[in-house]
Design a protein around this ligand. Structure first.
Ligand SMILES: Nc1ncnc2c1ncn2[C@@H]1O[C@H](COP(=O)(O)OP(=O)(O)OP(=O)(O)O)[C@@H](O)[C@H]1O
Length: 284
């Protein structure tokens, strides 16, 4: 298959099996006498259980997009729909893992207490909480670290705690914003495999923003490549690699190299200001 055959014709906006619909999203930051048009027009839909990576040049609006989807930021126009409900505030069905694991965990709480906290807020009964937390820690390989405090753990382990907390929440959509940018290469590879394993086991829908093109190809079933700001989708790339992936084997296949080269080329084009030909103008 050539790299030009990668646009997915099967993911129209508003697909019936979509867990998440982003429709005509626009976001312009205003204040202090100036405005920044971050997102011009984004429309895409994510089928339940898909692992989607989002890449684009620095400042393209990736974090802005995730914050809008997570209900943490008001949109200027357009709509985000999670399982049929318009998102107007952080919805129960979403969990977010950020890059700064150090700041997202409470240092005075143990690992177990950190993972348990959202479940307490959700008023899950104590016995059920214990079961869910144990399973989540087991799933991320931290079954023996429940009584430790975050500051006693390595960066990679702390990020595992953040992932366990997100998974324990049993989200419909797991949002990850450059979660592995601050860990070393070996830990990063392990965490990538952890995300793929959890995704396959739990069937959760994942939106994963990364700067790393190789990571997006290795992890994703699909990659949304964003243009330069003001952001539109430059290309919706299908990652047609086998579901079972491993760091050495998958990354050395010709198809992996082909997809990586294609996404790399798109990012270069985005940086040079290339836009899709049929880009709709901003709605006035
Ligand atoms: N609170 C804000 N007020 C004004 N402008 C903002 C604000 N937050 C972000 N921006 C601008 O919106 C644009 C998109 O920012 P955003 O952080 O979403 O991009 P990004 O793709 O996540 O960047 P990076 O890849 O560097 O992390 C940038 O031009 C940024 O300066």
């Amino acid at each position: 298959m050539s790299t030009t055959d990668t646009t997915d014709p099967t993911s129209p906006a508003g697909a019936a099996d979509a867990v998440l619909d982003v429709r005509g999203l626009q976001k312009t930051y205003t204040g202090q006498g100036r405005s920044v048009e971050a997102i011009r027009d984004l429309t895409f839909s994510v089928p339940r259980g898909q692992l989607v990576c989002i890449v684009g040049p620095s400042g393209a609006g990736k974090t802005t997009l995730l914050r809008c989807i997570a209900g943490l930021l008001d949109t200027t126009a357009g709509e985000i729909v999670l399982d049929g409900e318009t998102v107007t505030e952080p919805p129960r069905g979403m969990a977010v893992v950020f890059q700064e694991y150090g700041r997202s965990l409470f240092p005075w709480m143990t690992v177990r207490q950190n993972v348990e906290r959202p479940l307490i807020e959700r008023k899950v009964a104590a016995a059920e909480r214990r079961r869910i937390v144990s399973e989540a820690l087991e799933a991320v390989g931290l079954a023996d670290s429940g009584d430790a405090h975050p500051w006693q753990l390595s960066g990679g382990m702390q990020q595992r705690v953040a992932i366990a907390r997100a998974v324990a929440y049993e989200p419909k959509v797991l949002i990850m914003d450059e979660p592995f940018a601050a860990v070393d290469a070996q830990t990063r590879a392990d965490l990538e495999d952890l995300v793929r394993a959890l995704w396959q086991r739990l069937g959760v829908t994942v939106l994963f923003v990364t700067h790393d093109i190789d990571e997006s190809v290795y992890l994703g079933e699909r990659i949304l490549v964003l243009s330069n700001r003001p952001t539109v989708i430059l290309e919706d790339v299908v990652v047609d690699l086998p579901g079972d992936r491993d760091q050495l084997g998958t990354r050395s296949t010709p198809r992996f190299a082909e997809l990586r080269a294609h996404v790399y080329e798109l990012i270069q084009q985005a940086k040079q200001g290339h836009r899709p030909q049929d880009e709709p103008g901003p709605v006035s």
